[in-house]
Design a protein around this ligand. Structure first.
Ligand code: B12
Length: 214
């Protein structure tokens, strides 16, 4: 089976919403030596995006989306063991990552955390629907070099801007880099709110974090 066929199988497995089908497809791809990051981004996440498109067109309903999200999470969990953070080498930097207040979407944010961690960053994932002040508190507590702010809805994007304003007000803006992401965020939005960078997906987040912190 070619790599492309394997990615299609992973993507279709997420669309079927069945955890065991996803697990089997992940095991197969893994045994073929496909790197975990590719299995996630080109296979599982592609399937989840397809679910999003079908949902937006009214071809699928919310329970289906929730089940697909569960199946995707099961697949990612399986791969997390393959991407251990290198605890021996010096950490590349400390990153606080979370989804802003009012927003419960966390699949993409969690993938970003996993990939940053496996690239060698110390990641503090503070979850979803996170009160904005909690980002500030966690940055202080961990002496973070960077904060990642995820928002999946146009209505919660504003939270990214608000955190930047709060960092300024509290005199912390110069000591922490801000990376924003999530489907409605864009390069333009990041520039407009004064973020240090925007990344479209988890691999790009790793590249940009390295650019900014190393
Ligand atoms: C799955 C899903 C859900 C699941 C979430 C499960 C979970 N645990 O996350 C459930 C069913 C719970 C859900 C609920 C809701 N959802 Co919803 N959901 C989606 C869906 C279909 C897919 C999102 C997803 O997981 N994609 C797959 C992942 C891998 O991609 P991703 O999240 O984009 O992440 C990647 C990048 O964006 C980036 N990234 C993400 N975060 C970060 C952070 C940083 C720092 C960086 C650098 C990069 C980065 O990297 C990731 C990996 O590559 C989207 C549709 C879509 N097209 O996005 C709607 C969508 C986001 N939901 C939507 C809505 C409206 C809702 C609800 C209000 C219910 C409803 N009426 O549909 C509630 C929200 C409640 C709330 N207060 O938050 C709307 C938002 C519309 C808007 N206003 O903009 C969307 C766009 C669907 C739609 N068109 O209506 N949803």
């Amino acid at each position: 089976m070619s790599k492309e066929e394997m990615f299609k199988e992973l993507s279709d497995a997420v669309i079927t919403c069945k955890n065991d089908v996803v697990t089997a497809a992940v095991e197969k791809a893994r045994s073929e030596g496909i790197p975990p990051a590719e299995i996630i981004e080109k296979g599982l996440a592609a399937g989840m995006n397809e679910v999003g498109v079908l949902f937006e067109r009214g071809k699928l309903f919310l329970p289906h989306v929730m089940m697909a999200a569960g199946a995707m999470e099961a697949g990612v969990k399986l791969l997390e063991a393959d991407m251990p953070a290198d605890s021996v080498s010096k950490k590349l930097g400390v990153i606080v990552n979370g989804t802003v207040e009012g927003d419960v979407h966390d699949i993409g944010k969690s993938i970003v955390s996993t990939m940053l961690q496996s690239a060698g960053f110390e990641v503090h994932d503070i979850g979803r629907d996170v009160p904005l002040q909690d980002f500030i508190d966690k940055i202080k507590e961990t002496n973070a070099d960077m904060v990642g702010l995820s928002a999946l809805m146009t209505t919660t994007l504003q939270g990214q801007k608000d955190v930047i304003e709060m960092l300024k007000e509290q005199g912390m803006r110069d000591s922490v880099k801000v990376m924003v992401g999530g489907a409605p965020a864009t390069e333009n939005w990041a520039a407009k709110i004064g973020a240090d960078c925007y990344a479209e997906n988890a691999s790009e987040a790793v590249v940009k974090a390295k650019e900014l912190l190393l």
